[in-house]
Design a protein around this ligand. Structure first.
Ligand code: ADP
Length: 486
């Protein structure tokens, strides 16, 4: 069964967060189960993409605002990925270093709508002329959520109607809204069907995808339930379409994220778990001037409201002023006000706190390996991959119990648990979780027992991919999946 994933991110070509991790792993594991899965994404000027050899496979053109826009499809000649990667070379729209953020302004690109729609039109123009079209188009997030509408309703693509479509929502906060004045950017479609594009007087890409895709998934069942209650105005739509919606928990790529082989680590896990932890922690403490031997709490992530990054200065100051005998480290970037407030902690707590304002993949691996605890005070967390990496690398998650965090981090204080979870983002609850964590750290036998147990939990894509087989079989009951191992 041929599947094409359409996505703005795919690790290692371009990653801004969890979307990149998922699209860089899921197709590889689908292929191992007998599918023929590939990825189509924009050709950015990222360091990884610029290094690749590619082969030209298609030259096409689409119309935008009445003008012809030429594009090319290039196949990446790299056998390490585990899937075919196709890049859309769209001059003027994607030949930039960054995926979403204009580095000159620190905000999203002003031509985001043209980029998203251009990507979808180019992808469908290419796929629509294939001799063997895919059985499934798997769309990821709002950037590709208009695809199901285009292939049902746009004159140029209606010959593709029999292709089954899945929309996976990695983050429902971003919806790809646009005013009706932007209508000219879309391909011409059956006008009586225009209502499918609309939600609350605007064109809303995500809402349109939810209405028109064959199946809608999100990345944990906890998040699916939350979306039906609060989805930035789309909650009613989720409730209306609940029959085709499901929450499939993300996996992690256990081969890429393996502390015994991870090339970003100077100290790999070779035998003794605590030796590996201590060596990695000592290297972070040395490099960032932290007092040695204290429990280390780390935050890794985007400085965004949904991640609760704005709460970090208060959480950390409150904990240290209340006598928590620990160090804190933050790796992240984003909102400049949050960045400024986090920066002030450095002066307040030298030797107890440090920060790296960056997106730094190698350092993130070193921190999962070197931290004792991973702090995630997220307001919204569709799945969260950080806590899954932490479990595998031996850092105990300390989290706000929302979305995927609620599904994957039961509280150790209530019996069987994997970490510490606070039900509310309330100062007392957070402080008490941090102190409970510190106490566990002091009882080293118990601490090691939790790390050992957490490491055995299977969150791999090997297992998680099977949910997608079931979903695809449900959509295409007549399609032969005999060769697919289930
Ligand atoms: P998001 O909402 O950002 O997609 P996820 O938990 O799903 O959150 O995925 C986050 C991914 O991005 C993880 O692989 C995490 O390690 C990585 N990440 C986030 N911020 C940084 C950073 N500053 N440097 C390196 N990796 C980061």
């Amino acid at each position: 069964m041929k599947i094409i994933h359409l996505s703005m991110e795919c690790y290692p070509a371009a990653k801004a967060g969890g979307l990149g991790d998922v699209v860089g792993a899921l197709p590889k594991y689908q292929n191992r189960l007998g599918f023929e899965a590939s990825v189509c994404m924009p050709k950015y000027n990222t360091a990884w993409i610029l290094k690749q050899k590619t082969e030209h496979v298609f030259q096409g053109v689409f119309v935008q605002y009445g003008e012809h826009r030429p594009f090319a499809i290039e196949r990446v000649l790299n056998h390490d990925l585990g899937f075919e990667l196709f890049l859309i070379n769209l001059p003027g729209l994607f030949d930039r270093e960054s995926i979403y953020i204009d580095q000159r302004t620190g905000r999203g690109f002003s031509d985001e709508i043209e980029r998203n729609v251009g990507f979808q039109k180019a992808a469908l123009t290419w796929i629509g002329q294939m001799e063997e079209m895919p059985a499934i188009l798997h769309c990821h997030d709002h950037h590709t959520a208009l695809v199901p509408f285009f292939i049902n309703e746009a004159f140029d693509f209606e010959h593709m109607r029999s292709i089954a479509t899945v929309l996976t929502i990695h983050n429902g906060m971003y919806q790809g809204g646009m005013p009706w004045s932007k209508l000219g950017v879309l391909p011409a479609f059956h006008p009586e069907r225009g209502g499918l594009l609309e939600w609350e007087q605007h064109i809303n890409s995500l809402a349109c995808g939810i209405k028109t895709a064959w199946k809608v998934t999100t990345v944990s069942s906890g998040y699916m339930r939350e979306l039906a209650m609060d989805a930035r105005g789309l909650e009613m739509l989720f409730r209306m379409e609940y029959k085709k919606c499901s929450g499939l928990l993300n996996g992690i790529d256990n081969e890429l994220w393996d502390p015994s082989t991870d090339s970003y680590l100077d100290n790999r896990l070779e035998g003794d778990l605590m030796e590996y932890k201590q060596a990695n922690k000592a290297s972070v403490e040395r490099e960032y001037g932290l007092v040695p031997g204290k429990p280390l709490f780390t935050f890794i992530g985007r400085f965004a409201y949904e991640k609760g990054a704005d709460l970090l200065p208060e959480i950390i100051a409150d904990a240290l002023f209340s006598g928590l005998d620990a160090n804190f480290f933050i790796l992240g970037s984003g909102d400049l006000t949050i960045q400024h407030q986090i920066g002030q902690l450095k002066t307040k707590f030298p030797e107890r706190f440090n920060v790296e304002f960056a997106y730094n993949e190698p350092l993130s691996h070193r921190l999962y390996a070197g931290s004792d605890f991973l702090l995630m005070p997220s307001r919204v967390e569709p799945c969260g991959l950080n806590q899954l990496y932490a479990l595998r690398y031996g850092a105990i998650p300390v989290v706000h119990a929302v979305g995927g965090l609620k599904d994957t981090v039961p509280d150790l204080r209530s019996g069987e648990g994997t970490g510490f979870a606070f039900a509310k983002l309330d100062a007392n609850q957070i402080r008490s979780a941090l102190f409970a964590a510190e106490e566990l750290f002091r009882h080293s036998a118990n601490f090691v027992a939790v790390l050992e147990k957490n490491r055995l939990i299977d969150h791999s894509w090997e297992t998680a991919t099977e949910q997608y087989i079931e979903l695809y079989k449900e959509m295409l009951p007549n399609y032969s999946t005999e060769h697919v191992k289930s």
